[in-house]
Design a protein. Structure first.
Length: 231
């Protein structure tokens, strides 16, 4: 049995991963879709002080409260920042990382530094009246809520080596707007990664749930066996 913690992207809550969590549970695994502070069902906690560290602490708190070990952290989009930081701070609890069309930061990177002008325009054009949150884009699911701007600007600080099992899922279907094409090309050539490309829009969980489920199950099996990508 594998335990998965599923971290959504910017503006989105646990609901974006809930169908996938149910599928993982039906397959005999544990799954915890997470809503980050200040977003979705926790939007009442949105303040100017909510940042990337806050969201990393959300994951660390869940791992500690549930006493979870050998976990596969799954991050979508901005969630890649969060799972990277959480794995670095709790390496004894994390066995694998899966980046679902997600940011893959190194020490000192921020969401802002890793995206291109399209995403930066989205962040700033949607800045709410208070100046510390970015409103969801008009074409998002109506459940999407404002996202704390500080979390998109703060750099991640990393100290240790990454989890042994690392998987990247690239969504090919959203074209030139995607910042992840070069990431996929780089990681495909790196033997320490398993990289997949799917004919999907950015919301892979919605567009290609069956394919993503198989990828997550495979990543869980590799992490549970302690097998790195090159093993």
């Amino acid at each position: 049995m594998t335990t998965y913690v599923l971290v959504p992207g910017a503006w989105h809550g646990a609901w974006t991963f809930e169908p996938m969590a149910r599928a993982l549970r039906r397959a005999g695994h544990e799954a915890y879709p997470l809503t980050l502070t200040g977003i979705g069902a926790r939007k009442h906690l949105l303040t100017a002080s909510v940042n990337l560290d806050t969201h990393i602490d959300d994951v660390l708190g869940l791992l500690a409260d549930e006493d979870l070990t050998d976990v596969v952290l799954v991050g979508h989009s901005y969630g890649g920042m969060v799972i990277t930081g959480a794995a670095d701070r709790a390496p004894d609890r994390v066995a694998g990382l899966v980046y679902v069309d997600a940011l893959v930061p190194e020490n000192g990177d921020s969401c802002w530094s890793l995206v291109d002008r399209h995403q930066r325009e989205w962040y700033l054009e949607g800045t709410a009246a208070g100046g510390y949150a970015s409103e969801p884009l008009p074409f998002f699911d109506p459940r999407a809520t404002a996202h704390p701007l500080a979390s998109l600007m703060q750099a991640v600080r990393l100290q240790g080596p990454p989890a042994a099992s690392r998987t990247f899922v690239y969504a090919e279907g959203w074209g030139e707007v995607s910042p992840f094409g070069p990431v996929y090309e780089r990681l495909s050539a790196d033997p320490s990664w398993v990289a997949h490309a799917l004919d999907s829009g950015h919301d892979v969980m919605r567009d290609r749930p069956e394919e993503l489920l198989e990828i997550l199950l495979e990543a869980g099996a590799r992490a549970g066996a302690g097998v790195p990508a090159w093993g």
